[in-house]
Design a protein around this ligand. Structure first.
Ligand code: NAD
Length: 360
């Protein structure tokens, strides 16, 4: 189907990309017309936050090194109090999706601009999507106030991301591109970006798992991650993201690894209903078939391919299948409980996705 009827509404973010671009931090900070930064990071990355604070000098009024996965509301409240207490007028978030998510939780209530410096391939820095976890429930929403105003992508900062995390984070980014290609609101620009994103990530990830410090491959992956985050921001997500969100929220699973296991199966489920997207995904992977190509890529990267290996019990699969059907959302193929349950069973075992799963 030709995409010749569409709405495209690009978001207003400034992207500064390239090795050494962290050196442009002070200029970019001043460009935002702010003067009092609160730097946020995870405990593991506090050395990076200290480096950022050092570069900002007197323009850094505090470091909050307590970001954790899924932005628990208690941490968000503490970070907001800290930002108020130190009189911050800008958030500088350096790290992965968890850190950028915490920056967004602060911005949501304060209107402070965010300058994001991503160090994984999650893509949150390009989206107006936020998520805050209260109890066991992660509430997500869209608000342009949380969209980082400036993003500094410096591939050198990703060299320390271990091979296994690079692989799953990279496939998480590929998942954004895959669902953008069959989104109900896809457009020619997002589809070009998505296909190129898959190509860049699929080409560079095998190099990175062998040579974590290869700067060319790191650059290619971060470029792909930028494209992936951009298309995630502009298009709706479907069954794959719904299943990962459900699994992650219900069973507290690692975000990127869950995406890695589920993606080939969600693609196989949708294959018959999205043939043009499948051709583009397969072409970008250099594979004959989209779902099989994604499964082979995960295997080549030595990434997880089974939900059982992530600690999921087979007794949980029915609950997950039910939850995935609870609310209506766009998906190329209608949501069929029996086939979704098969999909989860295959993912749990770590089986190869079923060819033509659309025919079950
Ligand atoms: P993460 O941010 O939780 O990082 C995982 C670990 O890796 C942390 O300990 C972190 O300190 C460490 N780390 C990060 N970069 C590193 C580096 N270069 N070298 C060494 N260690 C490094 O993981 P993530 O996968 O980036 O983010 C996952 C979170 O992001 C989830 O909560 C997910 O829901 C959210 N997310 C949100 C969006 C959005 O648009 N809102 C998009 C994608 C993901």
């Amino acid at each position: 189907m030709l995409q010749r009827s569409f709405v495209y509404s690009p978001l207003p973010a400034r992207v500064v990309f390239g090795t050494g671009s962290l050196g442009k931090l002070v200029d970019e900070f001043l460009e935002l017309r702010v003067s009092r930064a609160l730097v946020v990071c995870t405990p593991e990355q506090s050395h990076l936050a200290d480096e950022v604070a050092g570069r900002l000098g007197g323009q850094c009024v505090g470091v909050f090194p307590k970001a954790v996965m899924h932005v628990p509301i208690e941490v968000a409240r503490e970070a907001r109090d800290c930002a108020r207490h130190v009189g911050a007028d800008c958030i500088v978030a350096i790290g992965g999706g968890s850190t950028i998510g915490l920056g967004k939780a602060i911005a949501l209530e304060s209107d402070m601009p965010i300058l994001a410096i991503p160090t994984t391939y999650a893509g949150s820095e390009m989206t107006p999507i936020y998520g805050i976890t209260e109890g066991r429930e992660k509430k997500t929403g869209r608000d342009v106030r949380v969209l980082p105003r400036t993003v500094i992508y410096d591939p050198a900062l990703t060299k320390s991301l271990p091979a296994n995390m690079s692989a799953t984070s990279g496939i998480n980014a590929i998942a954004h591109c895959v669902e953008a290609l069959y989104a109900d609101n896809a457009n020619p620009i997002t589809s070009m970006m998505a296909e190129d994103g898959i190509r860049s990530l699929a080409n560079a990830l095998p190099v990175i798992v062998q040579h974590a410090e290869d700067l060319d491959a790191r650059t290619e992956c971060l470029y792909g991650a930028w494209l992936a985050g951009s298309v995630l921001a502009a298009t709706s997500v479907a069954l794959h993201h719904k299943l990962c969100h459900t699994l992650g929220g219900m069973l507290d699973l690692p975000h990127a690894a869950t995406h890695t296991v589920v993606l080939p199966h969600a693609v196989a489920y949708n294959a018959s209903a999205a043939p043009v997207a499948m051709v583009r995904i397969a072409r970008a992977l250099g594979a004959d078939d989209a779902a099989q190509g994604l499964f082979d890529l995960a295997r080549q990267l030595d990434a997880p391919t089974s939900l059982a290996a992530l600690g999921v019990s087979s007794a949980d699969l029915d609950r997950v299948a039910d939850a995935a059907l609870q609310s209506a959302y766009p998906n190329p193929r209608p949501l069929e409980r029996a086939a979704i349950r098969h999909l989860l069973e295959d993912a749990w075992h770590g089986r190869r996705p079923r060819p033509m799963a659309g025919m079950i």
